[in-house]
Write a protein that binds this ligand. Sequence first.
Ligand SMILES: NC(=O)c1ccc[n+]([C@@H]2O[C@H](COP(=O)([O-])OP(=O)(O)OC[C@H]3O[C@@H](n4cnc5c(N)ncnc54)[C@H](OP(=O)(O)O)[C@@H]3O)[C@@H](O)[C@H]2O)c1
Length: 295
Amino acid sequence: MVFAQLCLKQRVLPAIRTLLQVLIKNNKMKVLVIGAGNMGLTYAEGMATSPLLNRRKLRVYDISPERINILKNMDIFDVYDELEACLPQADVVFLAVKPFHCEDLFQKIRPMVNEQQIFVSLMAGVTIEAIQKGLGVKKVVRTMPNLPAQVGKGITSYTEAPEVSRVELLMVRNLLDTTGKSIRVKNENFIDASTGISGSGPAYVFYFMQSMMEAALKMGFSENDSKVLVSQTFEGAVELFNQNSISPNTWMERVASKGGTTRAALDSMEDNNVKELIKDAAYAAFDRAVELGKE
Ligand SMILES: NC(=O)c1ccc[n+]([C@@H]2O[C@H](COP(=O)([O-])OP(=O)(O)OC[C@H]3O[C@@H](n4cnc5c(N)ncnc54)[C@H](OP(=O)(O)O)[C@@H]3O)[C@@H](O)[C@H]2O)c1
């Protein structure tokens, strides 16, 4: 029974996914991104350059005239400076303004939205309920993106209001995946938790990289050599991790022989409680995300 279910899942789900990709590509679905700053533009570019959408289906709106000019010059999607001209026709609307701008935005767009539209929020800390109430709609997907989306290596966690159907959610997922990968989480608490891991996570990696580069400089390497030594070490380690089903702990054991150099480094980290400090940092970001949501 379990085997049969597994086979069904392995065959049917990819087939549904492919079918949806064909549907998105061929139907008249229109996607609008509101707020084309760092994140909104990243998603707009990801969608615009994926085979899923073409420029006639992707629209971008921003409030800033300077930004509008930059966007028009990019010439990869249709750019609008009036919401009336693009919002009512959109099927999926990405909300990518800063959280403190959302109240203004909600007031402005509320008269133009309808209950069939799906709203995908990239805004940190703004709850599904706040978006539903602010806009008078039901179909809302809340996400937590991260910065590597800019290079197609992002990870977006998402969760949805019950009114979003499975098919609609799969469509949204396909759109999110144009910037990397995505995972569906079971509720909004996990959106705040993923802020602590993947949302803020790139900064933890940069912190580690910066520390190693400073050590390399202190040892006498040039700036360029320090950069290459560190970035290639990170890239190589991640590649090893991705290509094998071996835990980081096992990799550490493999690299660190008794009495050797790596063991000395790992012992120093253990003595200084580095692992616990990193966990505390992730929890600090998680707690702050919860707090911001309440403000
Ligand atoms: N950046 C990240 O790494 C990251 C990570 C996770 C989540 N997020 C979320 O992504 C969202 C966007 O962040 P961001 O860093 O991309 O911000 P951003 O660079 O400031 O971009 C927001 C854009 O929206 C414009 N805007 C403001 N009010 C608007 C309105 N009423 N209608 C249309 N456009 C409007 C802004 O114009 P002005 O500049 O003129 O205000 C700006 O161009 C935030 O909610 C944030 O929580 C960002």
